[in-house]
Ligand binder design. Structure first.
Ligand code: SAM
Ligand code: DTB
Ligand code: SF4
Length: 330
């Protein structure tokens, strides 16, 4: 076997100074060497057969003023989605309870906002309090946040905030015209400063180059702190969105992206996120081998399909995967 590339440094302190060429060199490793290194790093920090189970709920659906080219919830595209107002608190709590009873330990509430209005934030804060009281970790994704909004969510006890960089700064401009990459970084700063754990990742399959994937992961790994959760989504090509005909991703390149994320951010949960309905069980197993240790569980993501619970249950059983117990440290 050829020895791992010297850039594949699983030893030593966590790094925030990755260079483009080093990350590129990881992507360029022979597949087996990359997977071996990712699995080695994974085993240094995590139990190899534990996967964290998170469930998503769209608490406010569609009619979003942003123009994200991948998103079925933008008001600009005709995707046949029925918009829905912010859900009542009790309905959200009932869904969280059902998710908990099905085995989820984290509940992520998603809203199709550019940024939340203060009045809506009040209602969402109530949701956070009540979902936490069920013993679950809470996560929200509500678009851009001002510092005081992040503080209010932190005071309410929100555990995680999801805000993805989605792609490289260069490619971002081709995908989203209504906000900048810098806006994204500013909200991440506000969330971190408020003491909320960061969930931040991106999408593979939006016509990006290898260099864009390198930059996306490099920027995530060079944030002042590694995001505690790193969702890696495979684009769901929703009819009616500008990316409906995007070139499908080579499954091995998707697995490579997971593996590089694992090596760069050794302590983070790397989530195999959107796109699992298009993946074979064997491909998902490779993603777990590459260091993915979190999934969205339940037959819906926000507006699109996710594998049904029965299928996932069977897959986990076939692979000997156990759900990771909830950690109440944050
Ligand atoms: N509006 C908020 C925002 O943009 O941050 C929160 C919800 S938004 C739907 C959350 C994330 O979902 C996006 O950043 C993107 O990574 C992911 N996403 C949306 N549509 C997707 C699709 N068709 N395929 C894969 N991921 C998608
Ligand atoms: C993330 O990175 N992926 C999730 C979650 N964070 C909010 C969302 C995926 C959405 C897929 C398209 C949909 O269901 O609308
Ligand atoms: Fe709106 Fe978020 Fe969808 Fe962009 S990704 S259109 S901000 S819901």
């Amino acid at each position: 076997m050829s020895s791992p590339h010297p850039a594949a440094t699983g030893h030593g302190p966590v790094r925030n100074d990755w260079q483009h060429d080093e990350v590129h060199a990881l992507f360029a490793l022979p597949f087996n060497d990359l997977l071996f290194e990712a699995q080695r790093v994974h085993r240094m920090h995590f139990s190899p057969s534990e996967v964290q189970i998170a469930t998503l709920l769209s608490i406010k659906t569609g009619a979003c003023p942003e123009d994200c080219a991948y998103c079925p919830q933008s008001i600009r595209y005709h995707t046949g989605l029925e918009p829905e107002r912010l859900m009542p608190v009790q309905d959200v709590v009932a869904q969280a309870e059902a998710a908990r009873d099905a085995g989820a330990t984290r509940f992520c509430m998603g809203a199709a906002y550019r940024s939340p209005k203060d009045r809506d934030l009040e209602t969402i804060i109530e949701m956070i309090r009540e979902v936490k009281a069920l013993g679950m970790e809470t996560c929200a994704t509500l678009g851009m946040l001002k510092p005081e909004q992040a503080s209010r969510l932190s005071d309410a006890g929100l555990d995680y905030y999801n805000h993805n960089i989605d792609t490289s700064p260069r490619h971002y401009k081709d995908i989203i015209g209504t906000r900048t990459f810098g806006d994204r970084m500013e909200t991440l700063h506000n969330v971190r400063t408020a003491g909320i754990n960061v969930c931040c990742g991106g999408i593979v399959g939006m016509g990006e180059t290898l260099g864009d994937r390198v930059e996306m992961l490099r920027i995530l790994a060079n944030l002042p702190e590694h995001p505690q959760s790193v969702p890696i989504n495979q684009l769901i090509r929703v009819p009616g969105t500008p990316l409906e005909d995007a070139e499908p991703v080579d499954p091995f390149d998707f697995v490579r992206t997971i593996a590089v994320a694992r090596i760069l951010m050794p302590h983070s949960h790397v989530r195999l996120s959107a796109g699992r309905t298009e993946m074979s069980d064997e491909m998902q197993a490779l993603c777990f081998l590459a260091g993915a240790n979190s999934v969205f569980y339940g037959d819906k993501l926000l507006t699109t399909d996710n594998p049904d619970e029965h299928h996932d249950h069977r897959l986990f059983k076939r692979l000997g995967i156990r759900p990771e117990p909830v950690h109440h440290s944050t």
